[in-house]
Design a protein around this ligand. Structure first.
Ligand code: NAD
Ligand code: TYD
Length: 357
């Protein structure tokens, strides 16, 4: 199958377009490639939210389909109507995968295989069509803290340590297998931790920011020394677009911003930005199997495709993100009600505000 051409009008099937990265990617494509059409397939799990797209989900270039990526007939019909796929839909939260791995295997592994089988049938018949798959840096497992110069390259071994990352590694390897076995035109990205607007507040940055805005404490796992490499979601969106248009068929690209912070550093930066003191930190038991450090070498993407992280520099990017949550209180207050409270209680043993804090 041939590499897809630049500057052609496309109709993208975006899976998981109502989630954090998906909704930012829909907005990014609407702005960068306004002639392209978008079909957004999303089953609207707790992390999926139509409100994330309230400002862009209009016009004849966009349509939303509520449905599951495991529904083969639906997926095949939609792929048949589209030119390419950006596959983002997934169960994504490590803590939830520790509570119950079942949905992670179903959506992340079986769902991805369903998309691969349908894409194989449609794209082969048509001799065109590319699948971009959002894998994660977590498939590489954990780096030690004492050799800070070491970073993951695309050739690093996959050593996932939790059910989420294991399910993503399985899907990542299935994508590879469909390229190697059937020459399906696939590109894989392995990106580091994203931050930005519309992130579901189970992830650390929106959780901590919204807790502090509510006057509640922030639950820091263990000693807080774990390190993550943080990228602004718009930089990841530009990487997804770059690999869709110009990535080599069958290639894997790391995506990172060279922006490593320990959770303690991140927490203190958020406290500073929100004018809060260290008493707002609540030390809670560590996450099971907590990976110590993720760090990405994005040199291949930079050299081959000329991509650069341009919007991730701290503290400005973090400050803009904090401001977004300050300015969009109704969004996160709605998200933090209902089923979210049950999750929070199960995870942290209490829901602040109901605990007398
Ligand atoms: P998210 O949890 O915010 O959104 C996931 C979306 O997928 C939601 O809208 C949800 O409703 C949808 N979805 C889940 N199961 C589905 C199913 N069976 N059928 C259809 N839709 C379904 O996740 P995110 O942070 O936006 O991540 C998007 C992708 O990027 C994921 O594949 C994730 O593994 C990957 N990724 C995320 C990060 C990060 O830091 N957030 C980093 C690297 C890779
Ligand atoms: P998270 O946002 O869940 O992303 P990931 O596990 O995919 O890296 O967590 C980021 C870091 O923040 C991770 O080291 C765990 C830590 N963390 C806390 O300390 N407290 C929390 O309540 C959460 C959700 C995460």
């Amino acid at each position: 199958m041939t590499d897809t051409l630049l500057n052609v009008d496309r109709h993208l099937l975006i899976t998981g377009g109502c989630g954090f990265i998906g909704s930012n990617f829909v907005r990014f494509i609407r702005a960068q490639r306004p002639a392209w059409r978008i079909t957004n397939l999303d089953s609207l799990t707790e992390a999926g939210n139509l409100q994330n797209l309230a400002d862009v989900a209009v016009g004849e270039h966009y349509r939303f389909i509520k449905g599951n990526i495991c529904d083969r007939a639906l997926v095949e019909r939609l792929i048949d109507e589209c030119t390419d796929i950006v596959h983002l839909a997934a169960e994504t939260h490590v803590d939830r995968s520790i509570m119950d791995a079942g949905p992670f295997v179903q959506t992340n592994v079986v769902g991805t295989q369903t998309i691969l089988d349908a894409a194989l049938k449609v794209f082969k018949a048509r001799s065109s069509g590319r699948l971009v798959f959002a894998s994660t840096d977590e498939v590489y497992g954990s780096l030690p803290l004492d050799t800070m110069s070491e970073r993951f390259t695309e050739d690093s071994p996959l050593r996932p340590n939790n059910p989420y990352s294991a399910s993503k590694a399985a899907a990542d390897m299935m994508v590879r297998a469909y390229h190697e076995t059937f020459a399906l035109d696939c590109v894989v990205t392995r990106c580091c931790n994203n931050f930005g607007p519309n992130q579901f507040p189970e992830k650390v940055i929106p959780l901590f920011v919204t807790n502090l805005l509510e006057g509640h404490s922030v639950p820091l796992y263990g000693d807080g020394k774990n390190v993550r490499d943080w990228i602004h979601v718009e930089d990841y969106c530009s990487a997804l677009l770059a690999v869709l248009e110009r990535g080599h068929s069958g290639a894997t690209y790391n995506v990172g911003a060279n922006n490593e912070r320990s959770n303690l550093e991140l927490t203190h930066e958020l406290l500073r930005l929100l004018g809060c003191g260290p008493e707002m930190v609540r030390h809670v038991p560590d996450r099971l199997g907590h990976d110590l450090r993720y760090a990405i070498d994005a040199g291949k993407l930079e050299c081959e495709l000329g991509w650069q992280a341009e919007r991730s520099a701290w503290p400005a990017a973090l400050e803009r993100t904090v401001k977004w949550y300050q300015d969009n209180e109704s969004w996160w207050r709605a998200v933090k009600s209902g089923a979210y409270k049950d999750y929070y209680k199960r995870q942290y043993g209490l829901f602040e505000g109901e605990s007398g804090e």
